[in-house]
Design a protein around this ligand. Structure first.
Ligand SMILES: Nc1ncnc2c1ncn2[C@@H]1O[C@H](COP(=O)(O)OP(=O)(O)O)[C@@H](O)[C@H]1O
Ligand SMILES: [Mg+2]
Length: 278
């Protein structure tokens, strides 16, 4: 995608000087970010940096302390209950675990949100289930229970369920965590396919640099209580900032690590071992 083309459009989500604390713990000090229509924005950051929290703020499940969150040009805190519900129905969320109901077949897992939120006839719901399971490569598993699926299949099923509500946006929280490289590649392919076929705007949280570089139009690194770098994949590849390099190259030690005194040792060890090389 031509990033310059989407940059000219009004952002769907705009975070300005956002701050958020949990008790004494300052999570965000000055968070600034725009999510542009049609893009896939990859959000990276160390464990505990506040990536999942960002999604919870954007779903209206957690309040923010200061600064502004604008969604579709309006301050999110001013949304009425009705506007909030409408926004939530527009967003499909793929949780870390897939979050399927274990006591229900895939068919019923997918049918549930549509039966709950729409008046669509059952015959149509059944057709949609087949379409979306086909899209994620699980049509044959329609009557299986979640316990009969692998980790990657569960993630894909969670995605199919999110798609049943025809979302305009998709939030993926570590969609490839714990998956083998083949399953991870399938998920990346799906993220790309959905962008093409359904024209969705996506936020993808991931630690996995292969996935990140495969799917990203732009990338944002959450560190030091703010978005430390927001840019194109190329800008991330070219950056010589040690913190960015540590993240992109998957180094064990560096500014992001609490054991900064180990840095020289690790650098020595890992000097020639660039885990991610493009
Ligand atoms: N509801 C909450 N109450 C208190 N602390 C929380 C709450 N939610 C998250 N945190 C803390 O905020 C930090 C960021 O959490 P999270 O957004 O889940 O991180 P990430 O997804 O980047 O790993 C963690 O230290 C976590 O313990
Ligand atoms: Mg998380």
């Amino acid at each position: 995608m031509d990033v310059n083309a989407i940059k000219t459009r009004q952002p769907i989500i705009e975070l300005k000087h956002l701050s958020k604390s949990f008790g004494d713990q300052i999570l965000y000090d000055d968070v600034n970010l725009e999510v542009l229509p049609g893009e896939t924005l990859v959000v990276m950051g160390g464990s505990g940096s506040g990536k999942s929290t960002l999604l919870r703020v954007l779903m209206g499940h957690l309040p923010y302390d200061g600064g502004s969150v604008r969604i579709h040009g309006r301050e999110f805190a001013d949304y009425s209950r009705r506007e909030l519900n409408a926004w939530r129905l527009m967003v499909g969320v793929l949780f870390q675990t897939g979050a399927l109901f274990n006591s229900m077949s895939l068919r019923d897992n997918l049918a549930l949100p549509v039966r709950e939120h729409t008046d669509l006839p059952e015959e149509l719901i059944q057709i949609m289930i087949k379409i979306y399971l086909q899209l994620v490569g699980l049509r044959e598993s329609i009557d299986r229970m979640p316990s009969e699926l692998s980790g990657g299949m569960k993630k894909r099923a969670g995605l199919a369920r999110a798609l049943m509500m025809q979302p305009r946006m998709l939030f993926y929280d570590e969609p490839t965590a714990g998956l083998d490289p083949v399953s991870s590649a399938q998920i990346s392919r799906l993220i790309l396919d959905l962008k093409d076929k359904m024209d969705v705007t996506s936020i993808v949280i991931t630690h996995d640099m292969n996935t990140a570089f495969r799917v990203a139009d732009r990338m944002a690194l959450l560190a030091e209580k703010r978005f430390y770098l927001v840019g194109t994949p190329d800008e991330f590849k070219r950056s010589d900032d040690p913190l960015v390099r540590q993240f992109v190259d998957g180094l064990l030690d560096g500014p992001l690590s609490p054991q900064a005194d180990q840095q020289a040792y690790e650098a020595d060890l890992l000097q020639k071992k660039v885990l991610f090389n493009r």
